[in-house]
Design a protein around this ligand. Sequence first.
Ligand code: ATP
Length: 240
Amino acid sequence: MSTGPLLKVEGLRVAYGHIEAVKGIDFELHEGRITTLVGANGAGKSTTLLALSGLVAKAAGRVVLDGQDLTALSPHRIVASGMVQVAEGRATLTTLTVRENLELGAYTRRDGRAQRAEDLERIYTLFPRLKERADGLAGNLSGGEQQMLAIGRALMAKPRVLLLDEPSMGLAPIIVQDIFRTLREINKAGLTIFLVEQNVRQALKIADSAYVIETGRIVLSGSGHELLGNPKVQDAYLGG
Ligand code: ATP
């Protein structure tokens, strides 16, 4: 069995015009683990995820998933190769039903209907609320339910790596707990997760590995537990 990283990112740079948002970062994701990238507003977290998903151009660097170079692939080829980002701002399609949203998540898959139906049931088991609301419009869901739907839809693509951009944003603390608990559950079932968060404490609590990004550079890395105990992290992100 290979012990190397599942995903390796080297020298990633992203610029918006002459603003360099990501200034040459390296990081790795290991199979079956939760890795988090934490940092303040504007540090470059979302830009990093958009670059991984092929939604913004990379000025430099390489992205390799299990030996396959994804650097120059289009967004849909990246999804098809197994790296799937949960829709940002839980952008579910509000005029479609919950079930239709979930079915859309499977659009890049080439396997059969039976397999997809089985996965839909797994997602309903994970999120019973989505099953209850399966025939209702996604637009009528609460913020937390929409976040769950966005995660469920990404899972329908059968990812090898799930990317999430601040799933806790704008949600009440109790709902945030719920979302993080579910992420851990999905991870325990074997899925590799890359979580970008401004909610540093929660993210470090569930992460096996963590990186801290400041103004486009990774300044610290370690296990989630190590970084929770790191005085610099405590001062800068955890209120001392
Ligand atoms: P947030 O949590 O606020 O999303 P972030 O860590 O995800 O912060 P990014 O959104 O990646 O940070 O932004 C990194 C830098 O790039 C910031 O200086 C931001 O102003 C800039 N930036 C982001 N998007 C654009 C854009 N479309 N055009 C120009 N500059 C941008």
